[in-house]
Design a protein around this ligand. Sequence first.
Ligand code: IPE
Ligand code: IPE
Ligand code: MG
Length: 246
Amino acid sequence: MPLFGKKEETKVDFSHLPRHVAIIMDGNGRWAKSRGLPRTAGHAAGAETFRTIATYCREIGISYLTVYAFSTENWKRPAEEVSAIMKLLKKYLMEAISDMEKEKVRFRFFGDLTPLTPELRTLCEETERSSAKFDGCQVNICLNYGGRDELLRAARAFAADCAAGKDAPESLTDGQFSGYLWSAGVPDPDLVIRPGGEVRISNFLLWQSAYAEFYFTDVNWPDFSKEELRRALAVYQSRSRRFGGI
Ligand code: IPE
Ligand code: IPE
Ligand code: MG
């Protein structure tokens, strides 16, 4: 008998998984600090965690994974940190493009890509275009994303359609408004996970998470593992979702 048996995995009912999981990938900086490393080392470790978790979500059959990679407020950070994050994104996307064909993952980007470097922007657009034919698992990367920014853009676009006579204010429905968001066509998240210990939404999916279940954990994102995800899924499965009913 082995002296140290394999730690038992948290039990999850894989036949009843949430269709859409969203993650606020937080705690990279603190993870690095606690190891005496520069914050950028935390972002690099976080990018690896993203790869592990995205692959696992695809393997177990989660249809949509949305991750918060860079917010509209993250530009406030020192320029060196912002450029290190952008470099990592570029490196990851180049690798993702080569993996995509075999893994059949569809990528979408939520957020305004215009302030990115032309190179990174082209890479994002190209990744989105070339993966659009895949329908197995969809990964949405929120990049320069902010929930309020998204809602303002939607309101402006709808107002413009009304001014052009294509629509009328009184006819606007919930579903139609969703179609003006970056996430058009994607079902709302069922489960929103925030590692890193903060218990706040930080401008993430404000409209879409109206009835999402939330799971917060102190584990920093670079330490977030498949087992952590199974814990979140098990907690999700123990919840009773009533959507306002009884
Ligand atoms: C999340 O980790 C990554 C981004 C916001 C880009 P942080 O960099 O916010 O890490 P902490 O919260 O400072 O530990
Ligand atoms: C949210 O984390 C944004 C991302 C994870 C990309 P932040 O670290 O920016 O959020 P606050 O500042 O703690 O609210
Ligand atoms: Mg943070």
